[in-house]
Design a protein around this ligand. Structure first.
Ligand SMILES: *Cc1c(COP(=O)(O)O)cnc(C)c1O
Length: 396
């Protein structure tokens, strides 16, 4: 009986996917959308000879990002991980500090924390947004932490908890008004990992509006790509200046001398990649519209299907629909669907393995994580490229 029910649902989902998606195979999870204008801008960049970290396209790309997000300042970096590392440094995170972040995120959220000698402290997600649950986190901090001299201290480990990194998972903005209030109450710096959330709004504000610092990514699988790339966003001009300094080896301006005033990095985005970014940013509105249409087609295809539910953008959110998420009843059916779709060349993917289950992060401090575990067990990401045109409208 159980077996039959599993197969009915999984087969039903597969049939609806096959009806909706084009007949070409394989269909990847997410592909970049590169058009001739990208080629022209990259060629212009090559012709100018300014291919490295100084050049007009870097400035144009940064201006475009600041305008699009309406967050004062953007500093382009070589990737999203470097952008996050820069945000953590500017937030004052020190070796031996703890940094709160969700267990249900890409490993790139935690790696820069660990690489700087700080300790990821995993917290739970909420089913409504897929992001950090402010109510559960508040209760957790009341249990394990206390204020000492204006610093949030983990009573169990004795270490300062310096910052909270929230993630806008699959492009849905977390409950930022509540998380901003929580960060203020517990005196935490607030960083937004908006790697997946370019073009996503909550209450009419772009992701990154609430954080002290925000990181974007333009990796090949993100909403727009520069090949590899990222950016730090901040409304604070001093932090923006510091971000620019830290990502350019902390070199002091001088006509010919090499003077550097702190340990820093070569993290600036090359002009060649920024040229691609300028072209992609000009297409962003069309990409977002296409992704919204695809999300609508998925919603229609799975409406009225018992047992499987398409995750829809949370109330107040206008999401970029980076990846569409289908929730199945349990892990067995999730795995059965992944197996069947891969056999047909539909390259669906599960969520990232929650970070506390990875060997290098198994011993990190953590809250109870029931929602992260449940979403991981049941969630499947559907093919979501902007250039996927739904083949038919599924009705029954
Ligand atoms: C992609 C991603 C990153 C890392 O960005 P890179 O550009 O690949 O370094 C970090 N966090 C999240 C949530 C991501 O999706």
């Amino acid at each position: 009986m159980q077996q039959a029910a599993t197969h009915n649902l999984v087969d039903n989902v597969l049939v609806r996917l096959q009806a909706l998606l084009p007949a070409t195979r394989p269909i990847p999870l997410h592909e970049p959308d590169l058009q001739p204008d990208a080629w022209e801008m990259v060629k212009d960049c090559l012709d100018s000879g300014w291919v490295s970290s100084v050049g007009a396209y870097v400035d144009r790309f940064e201006q475009g990002l600041a305008e699009h997000t309406d967050i004062g300042h953007a500093v382009a970096t070589v990737n999203g991980t470097a952008a996050l590392h820069t945000c953590l440094l500017l937030a004052g995170v020190q070796p031996g500090d703890e940094v709160l972040l969700p267990a249900l995120t890409f490993v790139g959220t935690a790696n820069p924390v660990a690489a700087m000698g700080a300790i990821p402290h995993f917290v739970d997600s909420e089913a409504a947004t897929l992001g950090v649950d402010p109510v559960a986190l508040d209760a957790h901090l009341d249990r394990v932490a206390e204020q000492r001299g204006g610093v949030c201290i983990n009573r169990q480990t004795g270490r300062p908890i310096r910052a909270l990194v929230v993630v806008h998972v699959l492009g849905h903005v977390a409950d930022m008004p509540a998380l901003r209030a929580l960060a203020d109450r517990h005196r935490l710096k607030l960083i937004e990992d908006a790697a997946e959330a370019l073009g996503s709004l909550r209450d009419g504000r772009h992701a990154g509006h609430w954080g002290d610092l925000t990181a974007l990514s333009f990796n090949g699988n993100k909403v727009i790509t520069t090949g590899g790339g990222g950016a730090v966003l901040t409304g604070d001009p001093d932090l923006a200046r510091r971000a620019r300094h830290l990502t350019t080896t902390a070199k002091l301006p001088h006509a010919w001398a090499f003077e550097h005033d702190e340990v820093a990095f070569n993290y600036r985005l090359p002009n060649l990649n920024a040229a691609l970014g300028v072209a992609q940013l000009e297409r962003l509105a069309r990409l977002l519209a296409a992704k919204r249409r695809l999300a609508g087609a998925y919603a229609q295809a799975f409406s009225g299907l018992d047992g499987a539910r398409l995750f829809v953008e949370p109330p107040g959110c206008h999401s970029n629909h980076w990846l569409n998420l289908l929730l199945l009843p349990d892990r067995a059916q999730r795995d059965a669907l992944l197996t069947e779709t891969h056999a047909d060349g539909l390259l669906l993917r599960p969520f990232w393995t929650p970070l506390h289950r990875l060997s290098m992060y198994a011993d990190m401090p953590r809250a109870e994580l029931p929602v992260a575990e449940d979403l991981f067990a049941r969630g499947v990401c559907l093919p979501s490229s902007a250039n996927l045109v739904p083949a038919t409208q599924v009705t029954a």
